[in-house]
Design a protein around this ligand. Structure first.
Ligand code: PLP
Length: 381
């Protein structure tokens, strides 16, 4: 089945009792048993819920994976994945990653004895050099947030296999419409479903997609034991959002391409980070592993300072100043003070994330209105 058909049909059956074409919202905490232990596969909604099951089956299909498990947030999914490790285990992670992921690694799991080594993962020699006999997991985010670096999933997965370690890819920025890490050898794909997959800025949720049955059981044990599971109403909303994922992504990519070129040619703009440019260092790898380049763009102003960035941010109207990304409406953010504030300034700057950096999540509005909005804000800098 092609991706565009899977978004609508994979894992989704008409309701067996009524024929309802839309998956019902099974708003129930528990399920009646005819005698103890005798039930239809559902006992309690932390463990399983039919609306969530439909969503999980759909997500697995979108990522060409056998299984998917949903968590109440993207961070809940990260938490579940790291909990399958043991104290003493080591994780090699990209050094340019979502601030919340950096925070849970360094502030929650490092004190519990799991070691994290951060390297610029586009540099495969640096990745290899970080491997030890305790390395159990490689944590990849590509394109990275917010600098849009591209990491070669196939190459990292090959290094991981040599050291018997797992490759996990946070695929939030690309979405399954543009990139399927399992096809390049990843063992697990993690999503903040909150972003492109749901796409309408009205749900927070996370997911993990994977093939290995044992690993799925361990993760499902974490999902149920730790309890960060989403409710059926949110599962329904995400199923509804997914139906248009492919068309939304197409417009995000079209608008993204126009905006990236517009900024790149603008005298008030300094550097533009977007993997679709031929001069982008990850362009060839992006072309290999992605279907298109997405709607996320970061840039600096030619007057690269915190003050000019603030002038810009105060003067956009269609681009709303907000955390998050991947919704139908355009957003603008200031990573240094918002999404990435939990990364110490020295670490941020080492990864190339300056105080003047501005991040756009380009929505699906008319391109002329978006350009006019940016033009007006740039004039104010
Ligand atoms: C938002 C985000 C997360 C965290 O997901 P939540 O749904 O906010 O908990 C993880 N990784 C990336 C790349 C994100 O953008």
């Amino acid at each position: 089945m092609h991706f565009n058909t899977k978004t609508l049909h994979a894992g989704i059956e008409p309701d067996p009792d009524t024929g309802a074409i839309m998956t019902p919202i099974y708003q129930t905490s528990t399920y009646v048993q005819s005698e103890p232990g005798k039930h239809k596969g559902y006992e309690y909604s932390r463990t399983h819920n039919p609306t969530r099951t439909a969503l999980q089956n759909n997500l697995a299909a979108l990522e060409n994976a056998k299984h998917a498990l949903c968590f109440s947030t993207g961070m809940g999914a990260v938490d579940g994945i790291i909990k399958i490790l043991q104290p003493g285990d080591e994780v090699i992670s990209t050094n340019d990653l979502y601030g919340g992921t950096y925070r849970i690694f360094t502030k929650v799991f490092a004190p519990l004895g799991i070691k994290f080594t951060f390297v610029p993962m586009a540099d495969l020699a640096a990745v290899k050099a970080a491997v030890t006999d305790k390395t159990k997991m490689f944590w990849v985010e590509t394109p990275t947030n917010p600098l849009l670096n591209i990491i070669d999933i196939e190459a990292v997965a090959a290094i991981a296999k040599e050291s018997n370690a797992l490759t996990v890819v946070d695929n939030t920025f690309a979405s399954p419409a543009l990139q399927n890490p399992m096809d390049w050898g990843a063992d697990m794909v993690m999503h903040s479903v909150t972003k492109y997959i749901n796409g309408h800025s009205d749900v927070v949720m996370g997911a993990v997609c994977l093939n290995d049955d044992d690993l799925k059981e361990r993760l499902e044990f974490m999902q149920n034991s730790c309890g960060a599971t989403p409710g059926p109403q949110d599962a329904f909303l995400v199923l509804r959002g997914i139906k248009t994922l492919h068309i939304r992504m197409q417009r995000h990519c079209e608008n993204g391409r126009e905006i990236a070129n517009f900024l790149n040619n603008h005298p008030k703009v300094g550097h533009v980070y977007w993997p679709g440019f031929e001069h982008h260092t990850g362009h060839e790898v992006a072309k290999k592993q992605m279907k298109d380049f997405g709607g996320m763009i970061s840039f600096t102003l030619s007057k690269d300072s915190m003050e000019s960035a603030m002038d810009f941010l105060r003067n956009t109207h269609l681009f709303s100043l907000a955390e998050s990304l991947g919704g139908v409406e355009s957003l603008v953010g200031h990573p240094a003070s918002m999404t990435h504030a939990s990364i110490p300034k020295a670490e941020r700057e080492k990864a190339g994330l300056s105080d003047g950096l501005i991040r756009l999540s380009v929505g699906i509005e008319h391109i002329d209105d978006l350009k006019a909005d940016l033009e007006a804000a740039l004039a104010a800098t």
